[in-house]
Design a protein around this ligand. Sequence first.
Ligand code: GLA
Ligand code: ZN
Length: 652
Amino acid sequence: MIFGVDYYPEHWDESEWENQARLMREGGFNTVRMGEFAWKLFEKEEGKLDFSFLDKAIDVLSKEGIKVILGTPTAAPPKWLVNKYDVLQRDKYGRKKGWGARRECCANNPDYIAKSEIIVTEMIKHYKDNPNVIAWQIDNEFGCHASTRCYCEHCRKKFGEWLEEKYGSIDNLNEKWGNVFWSLEYDSFDDIILPAYNSCEGAYGDLWSHNPALDLEFRRFSSDSWVKYQKLQIDILRKYTSAPITHNLMGHFSDIDAYDLSRDLDFVSWDNYPDNQWGDSEYEYVSMAHENMRGAKNKNFVVMEEQSGPAGWDILGSTPRPGQLRLWTYQAAAHGGEGIVYFRFRTALFGMEQYWYGVTDHDGVPRRRYYELKRTGEELQRLEKYIIGAENKYDALIVKSYDNSWGHDIKRHAAGYNYENHLYSFYKANADLNITTAVSKGGYDKYKAVYMIAYNIVNDAETAELREYVKNGGTLVLTFRSGTRDEYNRVRPLALPGVFKEMAGIEAVEFDAPRRNVSVCGGVNGTARIWCDIIEPDTAETICAYGSEYYKGKAAVTVNRYGKGRVYYIGCDLDDGAMREIVSVISKSAGIETIDAPKGVEIINRDGYKIVLNHNENAVCTGVRGRSLISGAEFDGTLEGYGAEFVVPCGP
Ligand code: GLA
Ligand code: ZN
C-alpha cells in the first residue's frame, strides 16, 4: 500500500536529497507526492521547459526504492505568466486578486487554460515512460483560499453560455427564475449578470441579496468550471498514460461538488489536518470528513496529505500527542483510506509554511514523530489485506447534497442555522452510538436508515426513489426545512414539509425560529433553539412535543408507517444528548445495533472484525474483546490512550 510523504526537493540543496531519501526508506516510506508547486522551475521562461531538477530527484528517490506521485503544477502560476496574461480572478467587487500566494487563476480564463495545457502536455510527454511515476495528481486543492467562484468577464460570458445550453431560451430562464420580481427579466443570454456586488450588499449586515435562482446556478456553474478544468488536464494525461489519476480534495469542503469532481478521477485523495492553527477537530468530525471523501466516489481513497506535526501558518496548533499519528492513520483506514501520505517529510525553512511541521523538523533529524510513523508503517504492511479494498458494514447513510449545501447558504432560514453543522449533528450522534455510517448519496437500499437532512431542494425523481425505498421497508429520516424547493430554487406552492408531507404523515402548520431555548419532551427530552416546526400529525404518531412557548404540547418529532417502512420527521434542532436519544430510537426501530462504549471510543464494523479506536488521552475499557489482527495476541478490551486495534471479537 501507499505509505508515503509529501516532498519538496526544490526546497533543499541537492546535496541533501540522498540523505533525505535514505531516511525516507529507513522510515518505511515507499512513495512521495511532489512537483505540484514547481511550475516556475519547470518553465523558467515562457515556452522553455526543463524537467531536469525533477528527473534528478526522481532518480535519487528511485535508488532507495521510492515511487513518485507527480502533481501537475497549475495551482501556482509563475510571475511571467501573470505579467504577460490577465489570468487572475476577480472578486465580487471586480477587484483583481493579488499574486503572491497560489490558486489565484480563473478556471475559465483562456490564457490560463492554454498555459496549463502546455505545461501538463510537456510534463506527461516527459514522464510517460518513467516506471517510477506511479500516479498523477491534478493541480492542488481546487477551491482552496476561497477560489471557487470568480467574477471576471470570462466567467460571466461562460456562465451565459452554460445557462443557454441548460435553459434553451431566455424566456424560459426568466420564467424559471421568476425574473419578473423587481423587473429582472433579461433580453438575451448576453445580459446575464453574476451575483456580484449590488445595491443590497452591506445595507443589511451580511445579507447578500440576489435572486436565489441566479445564485444557485452560479454556484453550480462555478463548481462545473473546475470539474471541466480538471477534465481538460485528465484528458491530456490520458492520451499518454494509463497510470491512475487523482486530485487532493478537502474533506468537508463544499464549494465544489465532490461527486462531480471525483467522477473523472481514478481514485479520490484528500488532505487531512485534524488539529491546526484554526482549532482542534472532534474525532467524529474527522471521521465524517473521511466518509464524505469515501462517499464521493463510493470507493476507498488515499489520504494525500496527513498531518504529521504541529501545524499552522502564523500560530501553531497543538502538537500531535504520542500515539496520535498512529491513531489518525488507523482512523483513515477505518473509513476507507487505503493509502496514506504524510505532509511533509521535512519542515520548510522558508515561505508561508515555516510552521507547518512535518515528519521531521527544520533540521531534518528523525525524532518521535518519525519513529512513530515508522512503527505504524510496519504494522500497516502486515494489515494490508484488511485495508486494501476493505469495506465497512454500513448501517446508516447521511445524504450529502451540494445543491442543498449551496441553497441553505444562500437562504439561511434562521440565525445560527448551518446545513453542514446540521448534517454533522446527525453523523456525530450516529458515531457516538458506534453505528457505522456512510456519507454519500443514492443507493438507499443498501442501508437500514437513510438521513435526508434539510433536503430542501429536491426533484421529482429523488422523491419517487425515496418513496420506493420506504415502501420496501426502509427507514427515512427527514428534518425541518425539507421538501419545499424545486431544482430552480423556487419555493413550491405546498404546505410544509412540501413534497414529503404525505410520506411523513404530518403537516407543519406553523414554525418558529425562536433564538431562545425551547424544551422538548416525551420520547426524547432536550432543547431546541434554532428552529421549531409546529406539527399537526395526520397519520403519524408523535414521539415528542414542545414543552414551552405558545406551541407547548404540539408535536416536534413524529414517525409515520409508510408501506413496509417508516418515515421519521424531526421538526427542530436538538442538543447533543437529545440527538443521541432520537438516533437511538430510530436505530432500534430500523434494526441497527448500537454500542454503548465510553466517550471517545470509536468502533467500526467490518465483516468478521471490528476496528476499535481510542481518541482519549487515557486508557479505557472499550468493551470489545477478542483477538488482535495487529499482534495476533488476545485483546482484553483495554486500549491505551490514543490506541487502535483491529479485533476479531469473541462471543457476544
Ligand atoms: C494544504 C495544501 C498543502 C499545504 C497544506 C498545509 O493541504 O495542499 O500544499 O499548504 O495545506 O497548509
Ligand atoms: Zn473568472
